[in-house]
Design a protein around this ligand. Structure first.
Ligand code: NAD
Length: 466
């Protein structure tokens, strides 16, 4: 019997919607099941896009405050959080409408409701009290993740917040405590500090952004302290109590000593859990590992014809662009196209706090653990003309290379526009370029990219400006 669709995708975030468009481009009949009112997922509605909008507004505000330094005097500067929230929402809405129109353009059916595997190869869609069964040649699960909280802690949109509630605040609190110094924690620390809140960041591990290179963590801690952010590392939050004027926290530091603090608001940024409950995994015979789904190199699960991409995948970083890249692999595989598995070592990671952080490949410590003979070089933005023009607030580019053939193992940037500059290294690694490729490619002057090149020059002790 003919199936309703060639591909049914559960979830319309950056994993699902990108897989849908690519599948349609390959000539497949595609349906996307989405339970939210609009497609776009966490990334578009309560993640990357709104957060980066606020980060940009914060940067504009700081630029205006510092404009005097460039010889420009501005009148009294005022922040209107409600207006900012509306502006951010306009950007989000415009892009959600953009995805809908792309679906129309590619003849992709947007099916409202919750999708669930039924075990007989079909997907049940339930919406508004009713349910229907749809059949498909292949299914891609792209259901994403949601914020973890601390056991026993109730989220309260007025003072105990996750990445969702914090986006819709209309006032700047006098003080904000943040639990967790991963990407969410450091990005909101950055935004709220820019707007004048007293920010305290509590991280139970010994350093900020613990997955990044150690020198990057140290530079971020230095820059944050300089900005007046209180950084408490090795601090495990053990008790949280709402109080009449905010929240009280008790934490233990690395030596077991107890500390306490109060803040007007609290952001809980302790990671995300995969949305893998109630999507029929047991019925389809798909096992989970701590809630995550194991897949093969082409994103196929233990159940033939059922694929998984994005934040629900075991061992994959929970990043929007990774979800999209995985969606492309799944779509190509389903369409029978030639496709290479994703190389996660060439998957960049970008954190949009001030200063920005971006990296690709191995940290110095990981490269040593992997047994490489290393050459490591670091170039400070202090020696880069463009960075000085932009206001010169420190940071560096660090390159980790294999000594023998100059293989690029990892690149780590903290400083201005790091999240753009990293792509030079990503493309070089993807093209299997070496340190020499980077040192011989002519870089325009004055650019931040010259700092990247200078860090590569340093691998051979040939840095010009440092
Ligand atoms: P995360 O897992 O990156 O960081 C959470 C941090 O909280 C960890 O460092 C952990 O040690 C700490 N922590 C946990 N419990 C604690 C406690 N009781 N006391 C003190 N510290 C505690 O999680 P996140 O920052 O919430 O981000 C979630 C996911 O979303 C991550 O995978 C992240 O990479 C992704 N994300 C990415 C971006 C980006 O790419 N710019 C932005 C936001 C989120």
């Amino acid at each position: 019997m003919a199936k309703d669709y060639d591909v049914l995708i559960v979830g319309g975030g950056p994993g699902g919607y990108v897989a849908a468009i690519r599948s349609a481009q390959y000539g497949l009949k595609v349906g996307v099941i989405e339970k939210a009112p609009k497609p776009g997922g966490t990334c578009l509605h309560v993640g990357c896009i709104p957060t980066k909008a606020l980060l940009h507004f914060a940067e504009v505000y700081e630029d205006v405050l510092r404009a005097d330094d460039f010889g420009i005097s501005a009148g009294p500067v005022r922040v209107d959080m409600a207006k900012m929230r509306d502006k951010k929402q306009q950007i989000v809405d415009r892009h959600a409408a953009g995805i809908e129109s792309l679906f129309k353009k590619h003849d992709i059916a947007l099916i409202p409701g919750r999708g669930r595997l039924t075990g007989d190869g079909a997907v049940e869609v339930s919406a508004g009290g009713g349910a229907k069964k749809l059949t498909a040649g292949a299914v891609i699960l792209a259901t994403g993740s949601e914020a973890r909280t601390i056991p026993g802690l109730e989220i309260d949109p007025r003072r105990i917040l996750t990445n969702v509630e914090i986006l819709d605040q209309t006032e700047i609190p006098a003080s904000l405590a943040i639990i967790g110094a991963g990407a969410v924690g450091v990005e909101f620390a950055s935004i709220y500090r820019s707007f004048g809140a007293e920010v305290t960041l509590l991280e139970m591990l010994p350093r900020l952004v613990p997955v990044e290179d150690e020198e990057v963590s140290a530079e971020l801690a230095r820059a944050f302290r300089k900005r007046g952010i209180k950084v408490l590392t090795g601090a495990k939050v053990e008790r949280i109590e709402p109080s009449p004027d905010g929240v009280s926290l008790a934490y233990a530091n690395a030596d077991g000593e107890q500390g306490a603090l109060t803040a007007e608001k609290l952001l809980v940024a302790v990671g995300r859990k995969p949305n893998t409950e109630n999507i029929g995994l047991e019925d389809a015979g798909i096992p989970t590992e701590r809630g995550f789904i194991a897949v093969d190199a082409f994103m196929e699960t233990a159940c033939k014809g059922v694929f998984a991409v994005g934040d629900i995948v075991a061992g994959s970083p929970q990043l929007a662009h990774t979800a999209s890249a995985e969606g492309l692999v799944a779509a190509a595989r389903i369409a029978g196209k030639q496709v290479e598995p994703l190389d996660y070592n060439r998957n960049p990671s970008c954190t949009y706090c001030e200063p920005q952080i971006a990296s690709v490949g191995l940290t110095e410590a990981r490269a040593r653990e992997a047994g490489h003979e290393l050459k490591v070089s670091k170039f400070n933005f202090a020696g880069n003309g463009k960075a000085s023009i932009l206001g010169g607030r420190g940071g560096f580019v660090k390159v980790v290379a294999d000594e023998k053939y100059g293989e690029i193992l990892g690149v780590h940037i903290i400083g201005p526009q790091a999240t753009e500059s990293i792509h030079e290294a990503v493309v070089a690694m993807q093209a299997e370029g070496t340190v020499e490729t980077m040192t011989t490619a002519v870089h325009a002057h004055p650019t931040l990219a010259e700092a990247v090149q200078e860090a590569f020059n340093g691998i051979y002790g040939l840095t010009i400006n440092g």
